[in-house]
Design a protein around this ligand. Structure first.
Ligand SMILES: Nc1ncnc2c1ncn2[C@@H]1O[C@H](COP(=O)(O)OP(=O)(O)OP(=O)(O)O)[C@@H](O)[C@H]1O
Length: 269
């Protein structure tokens, strides 16, 4: 599937520099830095309470960093609200609202196109021919993205009738409908069975390879992270304890120590 041509979509690194987040006396993130290279899959991992969700929420604008900087394509993201960050090409899977279970897949995907509409085919109610043409163009692109995500046979199916693993692919496809340059995924395979995990991992790989979109994921499934990520940042108690390729991180004594200190980690590693 071709990415639409647009100069504003030039690949850009995401640069996280010395980000600190404090909640009333608790430091959830302490001077954390890492760089997501353009067109790469980058994972943030760590034991429970390490600060992964906090990091994700800072990047998508849900939390405000106490100090530090997050830059993407020349823009400073730390002071921006979520919709402004999304407009810069940073999409996350839970953008504003969860999927609408009663509506068909294609209608859910069209919600992802909303920020890209010019005339606003929703507000004009499709009365104008130009609005109808714009709607048709966006619908065709949404259907193309659905096909890319393996949802081509489900376009008219209400989302609530689909199996869990397919619904999660609809969420990812809706984020792709925003034509992002960077996709943020919060535990994309959580709650999935083995087959669903394999399918989701293949789709994430295809997003990076086929569309050139950078992917940053927060994930507990260590096996998936090791297979899929080009680079991994490891957090523990809000601090970055390692950053490198999967091989480097896996052999890092501090990472092994952090994971062996938790019961979840013993299952994971
Ligand atoms: N809104 C908040 N208010 C106060 N403390 C918070 C808030 N969000 C997170 N924390 C605290 O910050 C620390 C880091 O939490 P966070 O959820 O980011 O970790 P995590 O690595 O995502 O954990 P898990 O793997 O369990 O989801 C924890 O001690 C948590 O209790």
């Amino acid at each position: 599937m071709p990415a639409p041509h647009d100069d504003a979509r030039d690949p850009a690194p995401l640069e996280v520099r010395a980000v600190t987040v404090r909640f009333a006396g608790l430091t959830a993130l302490s001077e954390v830095s890492f760089t997501v290279a353009p067109g790469s899959v980058h994972a943030v991992i760590g034991p429970n309470g390490a600060g992964k969700s906090t990091c994700f929420n800072v990047l998508s604008g849900v939390y405000r960093a106490t100090s530090g900087s997050v830059r993407f394509g020349g823009a400073e993201l730390t002071a921006l609200p979520p919709h402004r960050i999304a407009a810069l090409g940073v999409a996350r899977t839970f953008q504003n609202i969860a999927l609408s279970a009663h509506q068909p897949v294609i209608d859910n995907l069209m919600l992802g196109r909303h920020r890209l509409t010019r005339a606003g085919f929703v507000s004009s109610g499709l009365r104008l021919p130009s609005a109808r043409r714009e709607w048709a163009r966006h619908r065709a692109r949404a259907a193309e993205i659905a096909g890319f995500a393996g949802l081509g046979d489900h376009l008219d199916t209400p989302v609530g009738l689909l199996p869990y693993g397919v619904r999660k692919r609809v969420e990812l496809a809706r984020a792709l409908c925003m034509e992002p340059r960077l996709l943020l995924l919060d535990e994309p395979v959580a709650g999935m069975n083995g087959e669903e995990r394999t399918e989701m991992a293949a789709l994430i790989g295809a997003v990076r390879r086929g569309l050139g979109i950078s992917v940053l994921l927060v994930e507990h499934d260590m096996g998936m992270v090791m297979r899929l990520a080009d680079r991994i940042t490891v957090l523990d108690f809000g601090r970055r304890i390692a950053d490198g390729t999967p091989g480097q991180v896996q052999d890092d004594p501090e990472v092994v120590r952090a994971y062996l200190g938790t019961s979840a980690g013993q299952e994971d590693m």
